[in-house]
Design a protein around this ligand. Structure first.
Ligand code: PGA
Length: 255
């Protein structure tokens, strides 16, 4: 059975103090209100990783993740952070291939392939994001775009490695815009992705991969999205910065 996951992507928000406050609020609400078997992941700025890891209550299904890493193991890359440094903080996940990284930092599929490798090699799980732009949605090339992103960045992996990853479908036109993919649009892509995985690997792997939806997911639309058979949770940006909203989205997974 695949895992249900809600992951928060704080992006470049929250200083250390307000980040710790938010984390503690989320953890408290989880303890009081949530008792499903879902996993919750908080992807904070690098600076917070070590502090947040130490605050995790071992009785909760809560993990910490980073939002990016450098592809090399170590070396003269001023200002960069490697997967092994991230792993040493206690983080268990790293978001790879977020559309903001692809767009603002020109991250290509071949670079992302190297980043997936280094995250896996360091014993963590990538949350690997794919998704089309508005233009690609409108000119109906989105199936090819998503197939290319998956193929070029991730299909070099062996099945045993692939199973450790989490995938996220994030239509770029829905991120931070208030526009959400309809549950039917999201389901269509999630099911398409599962089909690609079945063709490349096998049906068992495809059935067991967790595929998250991301893009203006909020407490109002989460239930409808999560009700779809191939949507196993969410990657949440803006709404993960408010403990109440984030925990309400998590509760929507258990409805
Ligand atoms: P959003 O961001 O929920 O603010 O749209 C999602 C994401 O970028 O992961």
């Amino acid at each position: 059975m695949r895992k249900n996951i809600v992951a928060g992507n704080w992006k470049m928000n929250m200083d250390l103090e307000t980040g710790i406050q938010l984390f503690n609020e989320i953890q408290q609400l989880l303890k009081e209100e949530v008792n499903g078997d879902q996993e919750v992941i908080i992807c904070s700025p690098y600076i917070h990783l070590s502090s947040l890891s130490q605050l995790v209550n071992p009785n909760t299904n809560l993990s910490i993740g980073a939002q990016n890493c450098h592809q090399a193991d170590s070396g003269a890359f001023t200002g960069e952070v490697s997967a092994s440094i991230i792993a040493s903080t206690g983080a268990a996940y790293v978001i790879i291939g977020h559309s903001e990284r692809r767009l603002y930092f020109s991250e290509s599929n071949s670079l992302l392939a190297q980043k997936l490798d280094t995250v896996l090699k360091n014993g963590m799980a990538p949350i690997f994001c794919v998704g089309e732009t508005l233009e690609q949605r409108n000119n109906e090339t989105y199936f090819e775009v998503i197939k290319e992103q998956l193929t070029e960045a991730s299909f070099h992996l062996q099945g045993v490695e692939y199973r450790k990853m989490v995938l996220a479908y994030e239509p770029v036109w829905a991120i931070g815009t208030g526009l959400t993919a309809s549950p039917e649009q999201a389901q269509e892509i999630h099911s398409f992705i599962r089909g690609l995985l079945a063709d490349k690997y096998n049906q068992d792997l495809a059935n067991n991969m967790t595929i998250l939806y991301g893009g203006s997911c909020n407490p109002k639309n989460a239930s409808e999205l999560f009700a779809k058979s191939d949507i196993d949770g969410g990657l949440i940006g803006g709404a993960s910065l408010k403990a109440r909203d984030f925990v309400d989205i998590i509760k929507a997974l258990n409805e």
